[in-house]
Design a protein around this ligand. Structure first.
Ligand code: HEM
Ligand code: HEM
Length: 178
């Protein structure tokens, strides 16, 4: 791992961090807005398919992100926060990484166990799983539960970084801004 004497995250990690925020907003919007269209309609299927495609995008971007994170250390925060805050933020980051990894996997398993496929710009990606209704129910339930937990988790993370910026006035957020 490269030592990071810089004041900011490397530009690749920064770009992926903010791109993922935009992607996650789109992923959440696609699934929440499905209720605007009647069940079984083409529009509802299309918006749900975008949820699947963009959600898988999150997973592939995460792989690049983890690679970059292993290559470069996180830049230090000035002034240094107390130890409990550093440990708490590392734990939240770890949980966020787990969330970004598990959500697409659980979604992909749900689609597979339901015997459905993802339509990537006209090409149906092959389904390698055997349909299994009870497995699909379990993975879907976990996916939905974790999806709701995600709102709170991301909210907590964003609030903490704004708290550091506006109240504590350290460089936590500036390190993540170009
Ligand atoms: C980080 C990525 C993802 C997030 C944050 C996410 C989040 C969510 C949320 C919030 C719901 C709605 C739960 C509810 O009903 O209240 C949902 C439903 C669902 N998601 Fe995802 N999801 C992600 C990725 C994926 C992927 C990659 C797939 C499939 C390949 C997928 C498949 C599904 C399915 C099948 C449903 C149920 C839709 C229905 O009601 O028919 N998700 N997701
Ligand atoms: C408005 C929204 C957001 C703000 C203001 C924000 C801000 C920040 C800041 C300031 C950092 C650096 C924190 C530090 O090193 O202690 C950071 C890191 C991080 N953010 Fe966000 N973030 C936002 C959204 C998100 C979202 C949506 C995710 C993914 C679900 C996310 C995942 C992460 C992760 C995993 C790290 C740790 C990076 C590392 O490994 O060092 N963030 N964020």
């Amino acid at each position: 791992m490269k030592n990071n004497h810089q004041l900011k995250y490397n530009s690749g990690s920064m770009a992926i961090h903010w791109l993922m925020l935009v992607l996650l907003i789109a992923v959440y919007l696609c699934i929440e807005l499905r209720v605007l269209y009647p069940k079984g309609s083409d529009a509802r299927d299309a918006i749900k398919n975008w949820h699947f495609v963009l959600g898988m995008g999150v997973w592939f971007l995460l792989l690049v992100r983890i690679w970059l994170r292993l290559k470069y250390q996180a830049p230090p925060i000035h002034p240094q926060p107390p130890k409990w805050q550093r440990v708490a933020s590392q734990m939240v980051h770890l949980i966020l990484y787990g969330f970004l990894f598990l959500m697409p996997v659980l979604g992909w398993l749900t689609i597979g166990f339901e015997g459905k496929t993802i339509n990537l710009l006209g090409v149906h990606l092959p389904n390698v799983l055997l349909p299994n209704e009870s497995f699909a129910e379990i993975t879907e339930e976990l996916h939905e539960w974790l999806g709701i937990a995600g709102y709170w988790l991301i909210g907590l993370h964003a609030t903490a970084s704004l708290f550091h910026h506006y109240i504590i006035k350290d460089n936590t957020l500036k390190r993540m801004l170009p």
